[in-house]
Design a protein around this ligand. Structure first.
Ligand code: F6P
Length: 500
């Protein structure tokens, strides 16, 4: 049962994530618009929440917003307020200048500030309290991502009656890297408040389990972790989740498993089949001067995405004369992201300098080497771009999953197009028929780009069919069903076939 005097809500399923699926945008005339927010997490969870009669707890993307809960597109939205200082310290600071670079293998140096950590603790407490107050007795709360790793533990203390899941959308680093974090034990303890901790790749789940053993010396067996508990707590927990360890102490079993996230595959295919979107794809190609080959990159402008490596490889191919701007063009969509964090500002300068140089050196009056777009686009336009592109370049240096790779595949109902995919993106575990690359190896990347450009139609079809099968069979609804059913019954056979 919930603890006495704790307010209890009405929702049986509550999702908690840093960002709501909609950002609040105030127009110049003062009117308010709720606009779909960027990023893979929202892409994945939106269809899940539309189906479930649940609530979504999160931040509206602006400072000091005090909006009351409301309905949007069949989803109950419960906003959490962040002040300007919270945004600076918890979101831009600890989440995106400490945890983000650390969890992405220190591609950029993480910054450790005690004030940021204190803000992270306070804001996690606020999210946990909000979630606790809207969830029904014996309900389920599903906490999302690295911004909220302390929420499971706080929530369990507030509401021992709840079933708590956590899903990490980004990588979980090897212990040698994770152990840099001054607050490493608190993070692990925070996560262990959940009943099930989900990761993208088997390697991430393994890294987490090893961190638990190294830091807390808890016993682990396969994906199960024994977390010692005292008797008072054990009485509030579902009996099936409590057992006695070999040493005779009471333990709660937590599971750490991988559930590679996906997209609403069918909705991408449906868009791609629309005549107006196909017409738009043709228009895009014509606008580019109808080159023989259109290559595409689509990323949040983030240093983990390997945009610089991709540009370097393409620039060298132009310099070598292996490709010409009349034949091959690159469209690079780089959507604005975390623009107040210094590392992102620096990246933008580097990318834009490189694009400017390559265009200056190789473009002609009629053909541009790189069409660079520092903008976000609606789903329809993205699908038209996917259809218009012969080669999709995903060259992340480290990426939890990379849903853009799956979106491209889902859109290519014509069984055409070549996906060049970094082995450091989670998607590489599943999309094995892509041209897998190590983006650090510029020569190798150049060879793969040429191979993609020159690939025969029959080879393209063969590979795309295999990719499409995977993305169709493992869509986001299968992902969420697998996670939630494992959360309810961890002993049941996982319906989600594991990837190595
Ligand atoms: O998956 C990583 C993630 O941080 C998500 O939580 C989010 O949807 C996306 O990247 C975009 O980032 P932000 O919310 O910081 O703009």
């Amino acid at each position: 049962a919930p603890r006495p005097n704790t307010p209890v809500g009405t929702y049986d399923l509550v999702v908690v994530s840093n960002r709501l699926p909609v950002d609040k945008v105030t127009r110049p005339d003062g009117s308010v618009e709720w606009r779909t927010s960027p990023g893979g997490l929202v892409t994945a969870l939106e269809p899940v929440m539309k189906q479930a009669d649940g609530a979504w707890v999160g931040w509206a993307g602006v400072a000091d917003d005090e909006s009351e809960p409301f309905e949007h597109d069949d989803i109950s939205i419960v906003p959490v307020t962040l002040s300007a200082a919270d945004i600076e310290e918890y979101y831009e600071g600890f989440s995106n200048d400490t945890l983000w670079p650390l969890y992405h293998d220190v591609i950029a140096p993480p910054t450790y500030h005690r004030e940021w950590w204190e803000s992270y603790v306070r804001v996690n407490q606020r999210f946990a309290e909000k979630a606790a107050s809207v969830t029904a007795t014996d309900g389920t709360v599903w906490v999302q991502d690295y911004q909220l790793q302390l929420v499971p533990k706080i929530l369990r203390e507030l509401r021992p009656d709840l079933t708590i899941g956590f899903f990490n959308h980004i990588p979980f680093p090897a212990y040698g890297i994770f152990s840099q974090l001054p607050w490493r034990a608190q993070i692990i303890e925070g996560l262990l408040g959940a009943d099930l901790i989900g990761f993208q790749r088997a390697a991430d789940a393994g890294n987490f389990t090893r961190a638990v053993r190294r830091l807390l010396s808890f016993t682990t067996k396969g994906t199960a972790i024994d977390v010692p508990i005292d008797e008072e707590i054990s009485e509030a927990i579902e009996p099936a989740r409590v057992s006695t360890s070999r040493r005779g102490s009471l333990v709660r079993t937590v599971h750490a498993r991988h559930f590679p996230i996906s997209i609403d595959t069918q909705s991408f295919e449906d868009l791609a089949r629309r005549p107006d979107i196909q017409a738009r794809a043709k228009e895009i190609r014509a606008g580019l001067g109808n080159p023989k080959v259109v290559m595409l990159g689509v990323d949040r402008l983030d240093y983990t995405k390997g945009i610089g490596h991709r540009l370097k490889a393409f620039g060298e191919l132009l310099a070598d004369g292996a490709v010409t701007v009349e034949d091959v063009t690159l469209v690079q969509v780089a959507s604005p992201s975390r623009e107040r964090v210094a590392a992102y500002q620096q990246l933008r300068d580097e990318v834009e300098l490189t694009v400017g140089r390559i265009n200056g050196d190789y473009s002609s009056i009629s053909h541009t080497a790189i069409s660079y777009l520092h903008q976000g686009y609606p789903r329809e336009e993205m699908v038209a771009l996917y259809l218009a592109s012969d080669v999709m370049l995903v060259t992340a240096l480290r990426d939890g999953m990379n849903l853009v790779a799956k979106e491209y595949v889902a859109s290519r109902f014509d069984d055409d197009g070549v996906l060049v995919l970094s082995e450091f993106a989670g998607a590489a575990d599943e999309l094995k028929s892509a041209l897998l690359v190590n983006p650090h190896d510029i020569d190798g990347l150049k060879e793969s780009i040429l191979e993609a450009i020159q690939m025969t139609k029959s080879e393209r079809t063969k590979r795309m069919r295999a990719l499409r099968k995977r993305v169709r069979d493992y869509d986001v609804s299968r992902w969420s069903t697998a996670f939630l059913s494992t959360l309810t019954d961890p002993s049941g056979t996982p319906s989600y076939v594991a990837t190595k």
